[in-house]
Every structure is written in structure tokens, then in C-alpha cells.
Design a protein around this ligand. Structure first.
Ligand code: B12
Ligand code: SF4
Ligand code: SF4
Length: 274
């Protein structure tokens, strides 16, 4: 069943027209990576300390689901949608705002990511299992000002970390075998699937800076000063990503959300674990 679920996620990414730029028929995302975490993995409880008490466990989300039915979540299915080489390349030469292709991937690629979440939920429901996507769950919230900075009640990066898909970096993003330039998704279900191995020795071990104090190339990519050797200044980043950039190029690129991702391109971890 694990292979069947992986195949269905891959098939949807490779075949669904929602994954295509309408102007060129090129995809937003390459073939996904897929990983599985046990819903009762102690990491999900640890996240209440690492992130905050507002970060919900799979069981808490299942309890607060609108169906009113009680069921026991067993598996968190996670995926990584790697941004294509063409889009990454277009963002590499940018120095202040993202490229048009990056911005359109942030906006319409995320719409596709949401339809992948919905598709997997109905696929599992049709097969007789309960399922929901935390990002689309009514209990999902974003908290602008927590001790961990801006954060949400379900972090897709932390879920992917629990599913063995990568580790965190100097700039906060997740470095996976397909690199750091990607988007993430997850679905919680009562279908039992064997958890994926966690092949990394620590939660930051894929980042050269955290591994040996070298690199720090991403710092120089952020010209608004949100990155330093002490890490990621989320308020500066957020003001740029959700304020300055959409104001400057949102209309030009015909998107509401532009993203930025300069720290995810033209860096050694762009498309691999360095
Ligand atoms: C809020 C938010 C933001 C905020 C804050 C980001 C942040 N670091 O949390 C702002 C507006 C700044 C932002 C910006 C961007 N975002 Co954003 N954002 C989110 C959102 C909605 C919630 C994130 C969240 O709740 N994080 C929780 C906090 C606490 O995480 P954290 O501070 O990074 O975690 C640190 C600690 O927990 C620490 N840690 C300390 N001790 C321990 C111990 C253990 C065991 C572990 C595991 C960790 C750990 O490790 C982490 C790294 O330092 C998610 C969607 C989602 N539901 O996940 C997207 C998401 C994180 N964003 C994403 C992206 C792509 C971006 C941008 C590149 C914009 C763009 N699209 O071009 C920039 C990148 C900025 C950056 N360098 O991170 C992707 C990330 C994909 C990736 N490559 O990693 C996500 C997952 C959206 C998606 N569905 O794909 N984002
Ligand atoms: S560019 Fe270097 S320091 Fe920055 S996240 Fe990637 S590996 Fe880590
Ligand atoms: S995403 Fe944020 S941290 Fe990365 S380059 Fe843009 S503003 Fe800087």
C-alpha cells in the first residue's frame, strides 16, 4: 500500500494539468519525494516545546475535525515538490525580487499543491480510510507573534522532518535530497503505513553552516538583511515577502503571493544535500 500511495502522489504531480504553467505547459514542480511518519512519533509532542503549545499533534487535529467522528490517526504522509531547474535558474540571477516563474510557482503552484492535498484525501476516503490535510483543516491557524516568531498550528517542514525527508538550515528551510527549493505538503490518515527511516544524524545536519561552520552563502543572497550567522529574522523576511515584493511586482506577474526564495537559489543546497 505504501508503494500505491507513493505512485498515486507521483502520478498526480506528473499528469495533472494543474501542475503546468498555462503560458508554456512547463511544470511548476518535478517528480515529488514522499515520506511517512508515524502519527504517534514522539517528535509531534516535542514540537509543542520546539515550536509552541499551539502546534497541534495529529491526534489533536483529528479530534477537532468537523466530522464529529472519532478515529485514531496512524500515519502522516508528506511530500516534497521540487521547483524545476528552469524556474530555479530564473531566480538565480535575481537580487531583490523573485523571478516571474518563481512568483507564479508560489502562487499557482501552491494552488496545485492544495489540490494534491484534496486529491489524496479523497483517494484515501474512496479506499475506506479517514484522512485530512492539516493545512486545509479548520483548526489551522497562523500566529504572527509567538516566542518562535511567526508560526502556525501545523508546520509542513516539521512534519517532513519527522518523515525523514530532510533537515533544517541556517535560513530555516528544509534541505532534502532534492535540495531546498521546493514546496511541502502533508495528509494525516488512519491507514497504517510503515514510517520512513530518518537517515540524518541531527535536525540541522544537511546544512554546511550547521555541519561545519562553513558556507553561509544564503546570507549574501538576502539583500534585505533577514539572514545572518545567528539565523533568520522572520519579521524582516515577512515584510519583504508579503509587503514590499507583492507591492512591487505582484501586478506585473499577475499574482497575489510572490514568495521570494532568493536564499533558496544560487546556493550550494539549491537542488541537493551539499
Ligand atoms: C509562517 C511561514 C513563513 C514565515 C516564517 C517562516 C518560518 N521559518 O517559520 C515567513 C513569512 C517568514 C515565510 C517565508 C518563506 N516561506 Co514560508 N511558511 C510559513 C508557514 C505558513 C508556517 C511555518 C511554521 O509554522 N513554522 C514553524 C516555525 C516554528 O518553524 P521554524 O522557526 O522555521 O523552525 C525552527 C525551529 O523549530 C528549529 N528547531 C529548533 N530546535 C529544534 C529541534 C528539532 C527536533 C527540530 C525538528 C527543529 C528544531 O528548527 C527550525 C529552523 O531553525 C509554512 C506552511 C506550513 N504550514 O508549514 C510556510 C513554508 C514554511 N514556507 C515556505 C516557503 C517556500 C517560504 C519562502 C521561500 C517564500 C517563497 N515561497 O518564496 C520564504 C522562506 C523564508 C525562510 N528562509 O524560511 C515553504 C517551505 C519549503 C522549504 N523550502 O522549506 C512552506 C512549508 C510552505 C509550503 N507548503 O511549502 N514563511
Ligand atoms: S546556503 Fe549554505 S549555509 Fe545556507 S542553508 Fe544552504 S548549506 Fe546552509
Ligand atoms: S525568502 Fe526571506 S530570508 Fe530568503 S532571501 Fe527572501 S527575504 Fe531573505
Amino acid at each position: 500500500m505504501k508503494q500505491t500511495v507513493c505512485d498515486e502522489i507521483r502520478r498526480f504531480v506528473l499528469e495533472d494539468v494543474g501542475n503546468l504553467f498555462p503560458e508554456s505547459d512547463e511544470p511548476y514542480f518535478d517528480e515529488p519525494l514522499v515520506g511517512f511518519a508515524a502519527a504517534d512519533d514522539p517528535l509531534f509532542t516535542q514540537y509543542k516545546t520546539v515550536i509552541g503549545d499551539f502546534h497541534l499533534t495529529p491526534s489533536e487535529l483529528a479530534e477537532s475535525s468537523e466530522t464529529g467522528k472519532t478515529w485514531m490517526p496512524r500515519t502522516v504522509i508528506c511530500w516534497v515538490l521540487p521547483v524545476t531547474e528552469a524556474t530555479r535558474q530564473s531566480n538565480r540571477s535575481e537580487t531583490l525580487y523573485p523571478s516571474r516563474a518563481w512568483a507564479r510557482t508560489r502562487n499557482y503552484g501552491e494552488t496545485f499543491n492544495a489540490s494534491l492535498r484534496r486529491h489524496l484525501v479523497s483517494y484515501l476516503s474512496d479506499a475506506g480510510y479517514h484522512a485530512f490535510a492539516p493545512q486545509l483543516h479548520p483548526a489551522w491557524r497562523e500566529y504572527p507573534d509567538t516566542p518562535a516568531g511567526v508560526a502556525s498550528s501545523w508546520s509542513e517542514r516539521h512534519a517532513a522532518y519527522a518523515a525523514g525527508l530532510g533537515t533544517f538550515s541556517l535560513n530555516d528551510a528544509l534541505i532534502t535530497p532534492r535540495g531546498i527549493a521546493h514546496r511541502l505538503g502533508s495528509v494525516i490518515t488512519d491507514l497504517h503505513l510503515e514510517p520512513s527511516p530518518k537517515p540524518y544524524p541531527g535536525h540541522q545536519s544537511n546544512c554546511l553552516f550547521h555541519r561545519g561552520g562553513t558556507c553561509a552563502v544564503c546570507i549574501g543572497r538576502c539583500l534585505v538583511g533577514a539572514l545572518s550567522r545567528s539565523g533568520h529574522d522572520k519579521p524582516i523576511c515577512r515584510d519583504h515577502v508579503y509587503g514590499t515584493i507583492p507591492k512591487a511586482v505582484g501586478e506585473l506577474f499577475q499574482v497575489a503571493s510572490t514568495g521570494c526564495g532568493l536564499c533558496q537559489t544560487d546556493v550550494p543546497c539549491e537542488s541537493r544535500i551539499p
